[in-house]
Design a protein around this ligand. Sequence first.
Ligand SMILES: [Zn+2]
Length: 596
Amino acid sequence: MAMDEKLPNSESLNPQAGGTPAEKPTVDADVPSASGKAPSQAGGQAAASQSKEKLTSRKAAKGVKAANSQTTAAPALQTASQAKDQSGQKQGFQTEEERPRSGVTTLLMEILHWMPSWFVSMVVHAVALLVMAMITIPGPVQDVVQQLVVAPGQNEQLEEIEELLTEPPEDINLATDLSPVEVASNIESSQDISPFNDDTAAMASFELNPIGLEHAPQTDLLASVGALSGDAFSGRGSGKERMVRTAGGSEGSERAVALALKWLADHQMPDGGWSFEHQKAGGCNGQCRNPGNLPDARSAATALALLPFLGAGQTHREGQYAKNVRAGLYYLITNRMKISPEGGSFLEQGGNMYSHGLAAIVLCEAYGMTHDKVLAAPAQQAMNFICNAQDPVGGGWRYQPRQKGDTSVVGWQLMALKSGAMSYLQVPKVTIQRAQAFLDSVQANGGATYGYLDPGNGPGTTAVGLLCRMYLGWDKNHPGLQKGIQQLSNWGPSTDKTGPGRNNFYYNYYATQVMRHWEGEEWKKWNAVMRDYLVQTQAQKGHETGSWFFENSSDHGKERGGRLYFTAMAALILEVYYRHMPLYRKQATAENFPLD
Ligand SMILES: [Zn+2]
C-alpha cells in the first residue's frame, strides 16, 4: 500500500539502532493530582497511598526495599524484602569461623578427609550438575514473567526486564512455552495484614458477604468475565464482513473506518507513538486543525490511536498497518511503561490512570489477538498495576493509585481487566469483587443509572456503569439493566440535535456498546442514528479527510484530546459490529465463528 512507504519502519524506531533513545517520560508520582481535586482520604490510607505513589518511579523502584519496610500496604513485597534483609543480616553477623558446626557437618568433613580426591571431585561435580539442572528447569520466559510478577524489588531483575524490553520486538526469540502467568497476589494475601482489616467492614456496608472475600464463591464474578474468553475477538478476523452485514454496519460505515485508520496512520509520530498535538506528525505540518492540549499524555494518545487498528483486526503481525501497530506497541512498551514492584505503569502527566487503562487495553487486546508471547509479560504487568492501584476500601480507581474511585476511570480499568481476562491473563477475583462493590456504591434506580462519585444518573456515567454491569455478569433479565437500557434508548445518541449534551463521544462510545450487546429493536433504532451521523460528519477534505471534530461538543475530551480523540472514538463506535462479540449470544457466535 502507498501508506507503507511513509511509515516509519521498526528498525528506525529501535532506539538502539536509530540514534538517541526517546527521553524517558518523567514520572508524575510526585505531582499532586492533575486536576488538583484529589479526594481526601482516611488518614493512614493517605500516608500509605503517598508512599505507594512514589513507587511508580523507576528510581524509587530500585530503592524499594527501604520504601517497603515503611509501607504496610504491600505486605507481600514487604515480607519478601524483609526475608532478604534478614538473610543479609545473618551473613553480616556470622562469619564462616563463628558459625557452629553441626554434627552432620563434622561427620562429612571427616569422611571427605579420608576419601580419595578423585571421588570427592566426582561427588562435587555431580552435585554441581544437579544444582544446575534444577536452576534451568523453568524456561527463560517463565523466569522473566515470574520476576515481572513477583518482582520483590531486586535491581538485577528490573535490569533484565529492561534488557528484554529494549530489544526490538522482532528480534526477541522467546519460543519456549509460556507457563500460566502468575498474578501479583499481594492483594489477596494482604487481607490478613493490617491495612485491609478495615476493608472487610467497609465491604460489608456494600452488602458483599465478607466471607466471600476470603473464600472465592462458587459463582464468582470472574467466571462470567472469563466466560467471554476465546471467541471474544473473533469478529475482527475472517468473519468481519458478515458481522458488518448482519449487525447493522454498512458500506459507508466501513469506508469511514478505513479513512479513519488512514488518517491515524498519517499522524503517527516518528518515534512510533501518537500525540494529541497531531499536527506535529511529519506529514501533517498543521494542515489539520484542532489539536488537543495534553502534549505529555503520549501513552493515552498512542493507546487511543492503536485501539481502532486492533478493533479492525489490524495487528503488528497482520494487515496493511502492521508496521504502524508494531511501532506503536513498541513505543508503548519500551518508551512509556515504567516497571515497578506494583506492576507496569503508564501513569503520565495529564492522563494518569486514564492513560494506564487505555494502554492496558491495547496490550491485552494485542496479546489476545496474536498470542504473541513477547506481549504476555507487559500485558500482565499492566494488569498487575491496575490491581495494585485499586482503592482497597471502595474498590474504585481514580487519577492516582488507591484514590477513592470515580466511575469514569473505573470504566477504563474494568474494560482493561475484561480484555485481560479474555486474553487469558490473570485477574484476581477480589479485584473484580471490589469493582462490583464500587459500582454498587454509585448506582441509583436499582442499578439503572450511575453517578460519578456517588449514586446519580449522568448519561456518560450511566452508559459506563451499564457496560461494566454487562461484563460483570448481569443478564438480560436483570431489572436494573432493563430499566437502564430504556433510559439510554430514551436519551438516544448524543449528536448535534439529539441525545444528552452535544456530541458527547464519551457517552456515545459506551452507550453504543451497551446497545450493541443488548441488540433487538433498541439497538436497531440507536444504530441507525449513530452510524449515519458519523458517516455524515467525517471530514472529507484535505489532510483532515477521515478524521472527526465537533466544534460545539460538550465532551471533556474535546479540548484535551482534540481531533485525534474524536477520530479514535468515532472509529471505535463504527467498529462496534465486530470489535467485540455480542455478550448474550455466546452459543450462536461460537457456532458462527468457531475458535481458531
Ligand atoms: Zn494532518
